[in-house]
Design a protein around this ligand. Structure first.
Ligand code: NAP
Length: 259
């Protein structure tokens, strides 16, 4: 399917690896020029070089922490007026409810709620002026069904979800759509880190931890960054202009709910 977005320009944050990279790659495959970001310059430059070589699109790489004011400012200067924004950042650490104090919540809310809101606030005015824009926020299945050990993530991402529910309905009349993609378990470094916690707690191998987790997913496997990216690129396409304020699960059926 031709996504109809060749020649458009996108900012994808936290995109040197994992789901962010999957989104960047699918957009590049659709002919979209990119600004990509991550903190570590080496992996980021390697991803930028791979995308340029594979898809012959323009890729600008900005090494910065997207959750800080200065990092965001650097990224926004490089991005300029983009047509497409995909927001992403690392997820908060797991733990127990009694582990977390005010500072932990502030960090999580900064990273996974206020950072995407700041990026939308900065970039949507130019989209509105052009009469066309697409925003996709990478959140988590935890906004539909809480993951108990990810209390910081549950809290921060639910706040973002509420913001998107209202704001998406304010900007849709200008041709700008905002939607959220909710990953269930995907085979990325983040999943390895979470499975590593199980390995340490239970003294089993990483392969055993992964097999046990996969067995809880109706699809009986982890998702891939490529599948995730393809869904993201569709939401950014010309065909998705009537999809507004939705929360779309990509979880292999793991969230056991009728709707
Ligand atoms: P990942 O494989 O660990 O990749 C994270 C990417 O984000 C890397 O490129 C990393 O590069 C970059 N990054 C992290 N913190 C950043 C920051 N502060 N500023 C800029 N870049 C940053 O993670 P993932 O699995 O793709 O997860 C992406 C998001 O989806 C996370 O919020 C995660 O919690 C959520 N999620 C993932 C899953 C899953 O199963 N994978 C499930 C539910 C939710 P640097 O480290 O170099 O900055």
């Amino acid at each position: 399917m031709d996504l109809g977005i060749r020649g458009k320009r996108a900012l994808v944050t936290a995109a040197s690896k994992g789901l962010g990279r999957g989104c960047a790659e699918a957009l590049a495959a659709a002919g979209v020029d990119l600004v990509i970001n991550a903190r570590g310059a080496e992996a980021l430059e390697a991803t930028a070089a791979a995308l340029r070589a594979a898809y012959a699109v323009d890729v600008v790489a900005v090494a910065a922490d997207i959750t800080t004011d200065t990092g965001r400012a650097e990224v926004l200067v490089a991005a300029g007026a983009v047509d497409i924004l995909v927001t992403n950042a690392g997820g908060p650490p797991p733990g127990m409810w009694h582990d977390w104090g005010r500072e932990d919540f502030i960090r999580a809310i900064d990273a996974n709620m206020l950072t995407p809101i700041a990026l939308m606030t900065a970039l949507m005015p130019a989209m509105i002026d052009k009469g066309w824009g697409r925003v996709v926020n990478i959140t988590s299945q935890s906004v539909k069904a809480p993951i108990p050990q990810l209390g910081l993530s549950n809290a921060a991402r639910t706040g973002l979800t509420g913001y998107v529910a209202g704001t998406s309905r304010q900007v849709a009349q200008y041709g700008v759509t905002i939607n959220n993609l909710l990953p269930g378990i995907h085979a990325t470094d983040r999943a390895v880190a979470l499975d590593g916690g199980v390995v340490a707690a239970r003294g089993i191998t990483l392969e055993q931890a992964q097999a046990e987790r996969a067995a809880t997913i109706p699809a009986r496997r982890y998702g891939t960054a490529a599948e995730f990216g393809a869904a993201c690129a569709f939401l950014c396409s010309q065909h998705a202009g009537f999809i507004v304020g939705q929360n779309i699960l990509l979880d292999g059926g793991a969230t056991n709910a009728t709707i």
